[in-house]
Design a protein around this ligand. Structure first.
Ligand SMILES: [Zn+2]
Length: 436
């Protein structure tokens, strides 16, 4: 028996938002549906390809309301030391799984169908990627997962991160999962030794995957690379074979023009995280200067790509009056292209026949007619994640009429998350920050 849905009479993107039926059959967009297809009334709604969240940290999904840091952070290294490196050390496997599950579920509610995650839990590394995978699987999303390998917790921590990555990638290769992929992850060059970068390069080569790493989010990365290694962070990555067409560089706020050109020459992707850059006051990265492969991420500030795209637009306008609303759509489409390549599905993120059925339905709240031509401006000025009504991932409904799919108990997950958050906050209070 097939699993088939017909989205009846929605206004479909890519066909100038004309009313038509869209058929989802056995996980793919089809040109017709069998007679027993379930009919979803989409009249008065907008039908779009699902959104791809290009860089996030599900491990921070329980951070809102965490205890204040023991002292006020003075700069970006302080923000890491006093906040995020105390949070990630407090995570055990149970907290990791709950955090991933609730973060992934809230992403579904924002119309995200694929997320690219960057995970850290230094006190519980082994098995942590399985815990993240269980959380993402429970929500029913596609995920591209990795562990943030780093030397900041000593050589044992680095070795355990490398081993966890190798184990997880081998397990995915042995039992291919239709909705999960992996990468090799690194925290940031300033916490990675040359020996560890070399080992990361070997893992990329062995498993045929790219490297997902923060680079030059703040000037610290560049300063320390030059002082301690005699060359900048991008040159270090390049020397170890880590700049690849399947690699993803988070932030890159302080990359030099030469470094941007090196990333572009290798076809590496860059994740722009407008709100995170503002929140951490690390500076402004103009995504239009970061090459042809820039995607949009939230860096763990939820999963609302409407809000993120709007923030990127307004930040761009504030810094460069030529920033165009259409560029937000370019960033989102680059994310779909990155995900499509990871899943071996070039049509992922389109609504063409045969493409994976990653589809979202939004209430049309615009007071003016939505067209393909004005969609970039509609996205910035009239749209919101709160309009997301239905979400399908690989043809599987995750949200229908704003209600979770029947196999998903949202209330139980939220209750479990709140219990977990209390435990997390208590553990964090016991963890002293590293010395400055
Ligand atoms: Zn990040």
């Amino acid at each position: 028996m097939s699993t088939a849905y017909t989205l009846r009479g929605g206004r479909v993107a890519g066909a100038d938002f004309a009313e038509r039926d869209l058929h989802l059959v056995d996980g793919r967009i089809a040109d017709h549906a069998p007679a027993d297809a379930q009919i979803i009334d989409a009249r008065g709604c907008l039908v779009l390809p699902g959104l791809v969240l290009g860089h996030t940290h599900l491990y921070s999904a329980l951070s809102c309301g965490m205890p204040a840091p023991p002292e006020a952070p003075r700069d970006f290294p302080d923000i890491l030391r006093l906040v995020w490196w105390r949070l990630d050390r407090a995570l055990d496997l149970e907290l990791t799984e709950v955090s991933a599950a609730v973060g992934a579920w809230l992403a579904v509610r924002c119309g995200v169908t694929t997320l690219i995650d960057h995970h850290a839990s230094p006190a519980a590394i082994t098995g942590s990627l399985d815990a993240v995978a269980r959380g993402v699987e429970a929500a029913g999303l596609r995920g591209v997962l990795c562990y943030e390998i780093t030397d900041r917790n000593g050589p044992e921590g680095a070795a355990e991160g490398l081993a966890e990555t190798d184990r997880f990638l081998a397990a995915l290769a042995a039992a291919p999962d239709t909705r999960l992929r992996g990468m090799v992850g690194g925290h940031a060059p300033f916490t990675l030794s040359d020996a560890t970068l070399r080992a990361c390069g070997h893992l990329c080569e062995k498993h045929g995957v790219g490297f997902h790493v923060h680079v030059s989010e703040d000037p610290t990365d560049d300063r320390r690379a030059r002082a301690e290694h005699g060359r900048g962070p991008v040159a270090r990555l390049e020397a170890h074979g880590l700049l690849r067409p399947d690699s993803l560089i988070g932030h890159g706020v302080h990359l030099t023009p030469f470094e941007r050109a090196r990333l572009a020459a290798h076809g590496a992707f860059v994740a722009h995280n407008a709100r995170s850059n503002q929140n951490n006051h690390v500076g402004y990265a103009d995504p239009a200067t970061q090459g042809p492969n820039v995607v949009l991420g939230t860096d763990g500030i939820g999963a609302d790509l409407f809000a993120e795209g709007q923030a990127a637009f307004y930040a761009g306008r504030a810094h460069d009056r030529h920033f165009d609303a259409a560029f937000v759509q370019t960033l989102l489409n680059n994310g779909r292209r990155f995900a499509g390549a990871r899943f071996g599905e070039p049509a992922l993120g389109t609504l063409s026949v045969g493409a994976p059925a990653d589809v979202i339905v939004l209430d049309d709240r615009s007071p003016t007619p939505v067209t393909d031509g004005n969609w970039p401006w509609q996205f910035v000025f009239t749209q919101s994640a709160s309009a997301v009504r239905d979400v399908f991932v690989a043809g599987r409904p995750r949200l229908l009429g704003r209600a979770p799919a029947p196999d998903f108990d949202e209330a139980a997950l939220l209750a479990r998350a709140r219990d977990a958050a209390r435990r997390l906050f208590a553990r964090m209070a016991e963890i002293a920050p590293d010395a400055r």
